[in-house]
Design a protein around this ligand. Structure first.
Ligand code: ARG
Length: 567
């Protein structure tokens, strides 16, 4: 948004009873570019001013017509909107110069300055396969982290590991019976999954295995040396393997404090609940009654004394508030856990924590593969690593067919294949269930990661072809054709798009924006020659290419995607 022009306009628009600041915050980008560059919708003013929006817009138009600041070409009242049109050349000059001078930091903001956001994402389960179900939480969380950081927030990325539960007792039994440390270190997670499945098969025939497992879990709880060592070993193996996938996806965490971390931190929470009279007995178990809020009770201690997932989440919330003093605490977790988070947040509210309102569940839908494969039971899972590998292999085939002489094909294929999977995961409204198809996500001409990467490489190679030039010679009046204006308007919007994506915890605003920018840029490129154009025109268009490249690269980075130089 042309902030300076918006500021100047808000000074000269005389709305009765409203301050400059009020007017400023009412003005917005018009829903349709045809309306102009900036608009003041008058609908909300109708009640206080006791006039129709149409009349208000017309009155304001007459009042402001002769006082337009420099750079604003015209004003018009249409259907209750007061629409302003900027002078195209000065608008283009303003936007392009800003992108060129800010470079990669274009679009950044200070709205988050001094504020901390905890983001709980990926949060995988130890000794369980990292399957495609974890893709969304991992990349949505990772992207929100980067976007919020760009807007000035301090982010704390937390991998709330699922590293607690009776299954670890089962795993120890299975490991001691059918595995060795050597095999585990060599084969990694695969054997853990294998022996875990075998445990369940054998336990059906021999129920004493379950008793053994319970005994081993008790040993973990009691801090028995061997049990603790094995438990740590499973964790180490899992994290080592998962770490490779995180690297490929460019995902990082500031904390790996998982469920087991809260073993000794639940008691004070339970005591506080008890003191406030919130904990009630129900068939030997301890629960918080939430019937008043139309929710089932939140179960916190089982009859046998065992604590639960929710107990740990309460302790984790206390810990995060005390440690990071967050302004917001996000949980990027599948919508299947809607109820769980509603319960946990409600319990915090009942405890009188005013920060309960800062807890946000960011839910998302399910991913299934086109062929219907997705089942996690019986060891039949779609591993994320396999999906990434397949996408990379298919990218290599496409690249080899399109551009057989390309150097470093393997590395480019890795960037394109992984980028395609990430972009897919971030390109839909997160709450929707989606179907993954290799052909669709790798379609270089579709609304895909490779399409955005390809457009970025096109900008890069164009800049190479253009070579050195004097950017100051640009004649911005030559950017008045529709295609150029569309690109300028897109570039201008970048900061707003990031803010909307952050506000709604929805990186798809950014990914869809990048698609639009690419489409508009490709149209610009089709309609406008760059090389061999007269002085002024060539430089102006070259600056457009450079600005688009800058924004595409930065936008991709915020999604966790690289752009190769060539592909
Ligand atoms: N490990 C859990 C799962 O895979 C997700 C944990 C989400 N985070 C949390 N604080 N509960 O379902």
């Amino acid at each position: 948004m042309a902030t300076e022009l918006k500021r100047e306009l808000s000074r000269v628009i005389p709305v009765e009873g409203l301050s400059e600041e009020d007017v400023y915050s009412l003005m917005t980008a018009p829903p349709d570019l045809k309306m102009g560059d900036l608009t003041l919708p008058c609908f909300r003013l109708a009640k206080t001013l006791r006039k129709s929006p149409q009349v208000i817009a017309a009155d304001l138009c007459a009042a402001v017509k002769d006082r337009l600041p420099e750079g604003v070409a015209s004003v018009e009242a249409v259907n209750g909107y007061l629409n302003f049109r900027f002078d195209k050349a000065s608008e283009a000059a303003r936007v392009i110069k800003k992108v060129l001078s800010d470079g990669a930091s274009y679009g950044s903001d200070t709205i988050g300055k001094g504020k901390t956001v905890c983001i709980d994402y990926s949060s995988i389960n130890i000794a369980k396969p990292f399957h495609i179900g974890h893709l969304l939480t991992t990349v949505i969380g990772g992207s929100l982290y980067k976007i919020l950081e760009k807007l000035g927030y301090k982010c704390v990325g937390i991998n709330h590991l699922g590293d607690w539960g009776t299954q670890f007792g089962k795993l120890i039994v299975a490991y001691k019976k059918w595995c060795s440390e050597e095999e585990l270190r060599k084969e990694g997670m695969k054997v853990l999954t294998k022996i875990y499945v075998r445990f369940h098969e054998e336990a059906e025939k021999d129920p004493t295995l379950d008793d053994e497992a319970r005994a081993w879990f008790k040993k973990i709880e009691d801090g028995d040396e061997e049990a603790t060592r094995l438990f740590s070993l499973f964790k180490e193996i899992t994290l080592r393997e998962v770490g490779k996938t995180y690297d490929r996806l460019k995902i990082k965490f500031d904390s790996y404090a998982g469920e087991s971390f809260y073993n000794d931190k639940m008691e004070p929470v339970l005591q506080e609940l008890e003191k406030k009279g919130l904990l009630v007995e129900s068939e030997g178990a301890k629960v918080v009654d939430l019937s008043e809020y139309d929710m089932p009770p939140c179960l916190l201690v089982k009859a046998d004394g065992a604590t639960l997932y929710a107990t740990r989440d309460l302790a984790a919330a206390f810990y995060r508030k005390a440690t990071y003093d967050f302004d917001k605490c996000l949980y990027v977790v599948a919508y299947q856990q809607n109820l769980h988070f509603k319960q946990v947040f409600k319990v915090l509210e009942l405890l009188g924590k005013d920060w309960a309102k800062d807890m946000v569940h960011v839910p998302f839908g399910m991913v299934s593969l086109e062929d219907g494969a997705m089942s996690t039971r019986k060891g039949k899972v779609v591993l994320l690593e396999d999906v990434l590998n397949n996408a990379v292999q298919k990218s290599l085939d496409i690249i080899t067919a399109k551009n057989p002489d390309l150097e470093d094909k393997e590395r480019v294929a890795e960037t394109v294949g992984v980028g395609a999977v990430i972009f897919f995961a971030l390109s839909n409204n997160r709450i929707k269930d989606m179907v993954f198809s290799y052909d669709k996500v790798l379609n270089f001409d579709g609304e895909t990661g490779p399409y955005v990467q390809y457009t970025t490489t096109r900008c890069k190679s164009l800049m190479k072809k253009i070579g050195r030039y004097d950017e100051k010679k640009a004649d911005y009046a030559s950017l008045s054709d529709e295609a150029s204006c569309a690109v300028i308007a897109d570039l201008n919007k970048f900061g707003e798009v990031l803010k909307t994506a952050a506000e709604r915890y929805e990186p798809s605003y950014l990914s869809r924006y990048l698609i639009d920018l690419c489409k508009d840029f490709n149209r610009f490129y089709l309609n406008n020659r760059i090389l061999n154009e007269p002085e002024g025109v060539k430089e102006a268009r070259a600056n457009v290419v450079y600005a688009v490249k800058t924004v595409l690269e930065e936008g991709l980075r915020l999604l966790g995607i690289d752009a190769p130089d060539k592909m």
